[in-house]
Design a binder for this molecule. Sequence first.
Ligand code: COA
Length: 374
Amino acid sequence: MAQTVLIRGSGLYTPEHSISNEELVESFNQYVANYNSEHADAIARGDTEPLVPSAAEFIEKASGIKSRYVLDREGVLDPERMRPRLRTRGNDEPSVMCEIGEAACREALAQAGMAAEDVDGVIVACSNMQRAYPAVAVELQAALGIEGWGYDMNVACASAAFGIQTAADAVRNGSARAVLVVSPEICSGHLNFRDRDSHFIFGDAATAVLVTGSETGPEPGDFEVLGTRLRTQFSNNIRNNAGFLNRSEDPPRSDADRLFVQNGRKVFKDVVPMVSELIGGHLRDLDIDPHSVRRFYLHQANLGMNEYIARRVLGRDATRDDAPVILDEYANTSSAGSVIAFHKHRADIAAGDIVVLSGFGAGYSAGSVVMRRH
Ligand code: COA
């Protein structure tokens, strides 16, 4: 018989250090001033365009972001460097992704009252992979002492929703008793802190969700997965070319083409209808009235985008209670964002309430997970 699929625990790792918009802009503007003074002659001749300063007010108004957590503050804020200083780990040391993912997993396991022996699989589902292989999930599986299997998957900001569907399918068909879906996002490693249009967008965090079946049925507090739905549609409007075929030493040039780039306006226009239609259609097919959904845990990239999506699904403006916001404090943490919103805003969900978790982003990709609390 097909298993009932339950989300029993969630976990969050938040880095110790945060950077406010004002601090980020101060460092960016120092870089701009340095660049313009170094290139003063070329700028005066009209051979080089001067760089334009950034503004904290613009960032908050355009995105809703006020601050972000990062694994290394000093390297990011150093105008001569503008990238995190993360020591390369030896092969016999845990990777950064493993370390922050493990912290999130341990919290999810503790919350669920479950142990490594109860879990069969680890899926690391995230955007920002720090190496090609071995899979970080296998390293994490060993760190947690889980028998069974682990693998990595990357569907950009929608990764957690895709990972939850994969885990739910494994539990439902009996190939795993329980699976941890882990999203350790070191977004600061892939962000171009010298790009005025996007230097403010991302932050770092790790999340974990414990997806389990149950021989004895749901326990109070469990979120039963009623359904999942995924959609992808190719677009170059959000892109990251980092990879071993894309080295830039020949000819030598900046690495800007191997960091995050996006056409933000186009993303906004394309992704809002894609996601609202996905969620609306998913609820319709499950025979659930969108107005009866207690809470939407949306991907946290841009406040305006979330407000539009919620409005299109609900047919009215959503309150912060309908669709909680964490991007003001965390910025965009890629696939971790919707899970952070879920983790921090799930305690007051009553038994019987329906909630929706949705991630969306590069690909384009979008996923919807509909759950009911027990
Ligand atoms: N500081 C000050 N002004 C800035 C600025 C900065 N850092 N960056 C851009 N601007 C200016 C631009 O120069 C432009 O000025 P102009 O009108 O005089 O030419 C103006 O602000 C508007 O720029 P634009 O890029 O069109 O802003 P926007 O309103 O589209 O907001 C984003 C930009 C990125 C916040 C927004 O498009 C967005 O969030 N889109 C969705 C992105 C997303 O979800 N991505 C998914 C990633 S997973």
